[in-house]
Design a binder for this molecule. Structure first.
Ligand SMILES: [Zn+2]
Length: 452
């Protein structure tokens, strides 16, 4: 049982809340209750967010690509460095890095993650004995940290728009449809080693890395699964797709596929107003990754019109250059303010921006990962986070100001406890497996850096 002095339930704030969990779900909610012997007592309980988009291995190169070499650095020069780094990764290293990153996410207050996993093969493209070896390693990492995993093996067939062959640096990603389907089935066997909230979805990498026919085929082969795709992150990508398919990426995708609530469109940065309205109407989730989008110089999302049109959204840490739930939400709002020269932008009408961002990302993130979570209500998965509202950033705020304080004034250090589908992983601000996971990570990354 969990006893919280206050909790944000699906019906609003409540005092002295006692939750009974069974099988990873919330079975009973009592308000104005009393703590009982054996209860885990916390200060303020919130629904925990899903981190809907991550490439864990990129965490190990955080801080290594912020040096200007010559001319103008861009997304594309960053990508070249990322390819060189990735080329040396071993399965053990990939697993150790993923475990650390999942743990960091939990300490930041996330309960689950959508791992958009595209490194499948050995250096040069040679297959591992088990085709899904690296997917199984990601799953093993999730098992070490006990995070809720939606694993998204990536279909990556071409090196650029127009079915351009893969470049040398992309050989570890490459699969045709048949091999991809076999890989997904191989990954599915790993689910038996994970708790039953774990899932597998599919992730055609981007329109430039697939073809219209392949996209249709892969969606048909995995009907009903979650579908994640990178889209319209960069102006060059928009121009390339327009030249190839005769329409902008989001326009083309919505016109040629049955995009619905099981889809998550990652970034969706460069959209016309018509694309924005149509994407919102599709029911898909916008997978926004504000820290990475700022780091890579992608641009701001068309937020006000998207929200006004009823669009769903969630957040992801993507490159994992900095894993911070509060900063992710804050950067989302600040990117809008800087563009518009205005304050309090990511909200429809009047009210708390922190509340809109936090609860919006909670429900959109859960939708994107196919998790029955995102709010504290009976029957939902117990994806929960407890924060300390006695902390300096929050102690003077009223209940209605807590989420504004969390998003704009606090750091992730206010997180005291975290549960992924009822698994109590963070206690007193520390993940219970922190020491072991960190030691393995340190050894793996030193070995990796020595090999580059
Ligand atoms: Zn990404």
């Amino acid at each position: 049982m969990i006893f919280a002095h206050q909790a944000l339930l699906s019906t609003g704030w409540a005092q002295d809340v006692r939750l009974t969990l069974i099988g990873g779900c919330i079975q009973k909610i009592e308000t104005d209750a009393h703590a009982q012997a054996g209860d885990i007592c916390v200060d303020t309980l919130l629904p925990a967010l899903a981190n809907l988009h991550s490439h864990t291995f990129q965490r190990a190169m955080a801080g290594m690509t912020e040096v200007r070499k010559s001319g103008r650095d861009s997304f594309w020069t960053w990508r070249d460095l990322m390819y060189r780094f990735m080329d040396h990764l071993t399965p053990d290293q990939l697993e150790a890095i993923a475990a650390l990153v999942f743990m960091e996410m939990q300490e930041a207050g996330y309960a689950s993650v959508g791992e958009f996993h595209y490194v499948h093969h050995q250096r040069g493209g040679m297959r591992y004995d088990a085709l899904a070896e690296l997917s199984l390693r990601v799953m093993s990492a999730a098992s070490q940290s006990a995070i809720g995993l939606t694993h998204l093996p990536v279909l990556y067939t071409y090196g650029g728009a127009g079915q351009v062959p893969l470049e040398e640096g992309q050989r570890r990603f490459g699969n045709d449809i048949e091999q991809y389907n076999a890989l997904v089935e191989g990954a599915r066997t790993g689910l038996s080693n994970l708790p039953n909230d774990a899932k597998i979805g599919i992730a055609p990498h981007s329109l430039r890395a697939t073809s219209p026919d392949d996209l249709t085929a892969v969606i048909a082969a995995h009907k009903g699964d979650q579908v994640h795709i990178h889209i319209s992150e960069q102006p060059k990508e928009v121009r390339d797709i327009q030249a190839w398919l005769g329409a902008r990426p989001i326009d083309w995708l919505l016109s040629n596929n049955d995009v619905a609530a099981n889809w998550c469109l990652i970034h969706a940065t460069h959209m016309t107003d018509d694309e924005t309205r149509a994407m919102a109407a599709s029911g898909a989730v916008a997978g926004l990754c504000p820290i990475t989008e700022a780091n890579l110089g992608d641009g701001p999302f068309n937020g006000p019109l998207y929200l006004k049109s009823g669009g769903a959204f969630g957040i992801g840490s993507d490159s994992n250059v900095n894993i911070s739930l509060t900063e992710e939400l804050r950067t989302l709002e600040y990117s809008q303010r800087l563009r518009d020269g205005a304050r309090n932008v990511m909200i429809v009408g009047e009210g708390s921006v922190g509340h809109t961002l936090y609860t919006g990302a909670a429900s959109g993130g859960a939708q994107a990962l196919g998790r029955d979570a995102g709010e504290i209500a009976i029957g939902k998965l117990a994806d929960l986070v407890a924060i300390n509202t006695d902390s300096m950033a929050l102690c003077a705020l009223t209940q209605d100001q807590i989420l504004d304080g969390l998003v704009f004034a606090a750091k992730d250090t206010v997180v005291t406890d975290q549960w992924s589908a009822g698994r109590h992983c963070v206690r007193g601000g520390r993940h219970i497996a922190r020491d072991a996971i960190t030691a393995r990570y340190r050894a793996a990354v030193s070995q990796l850096l020595a090999s580059i």
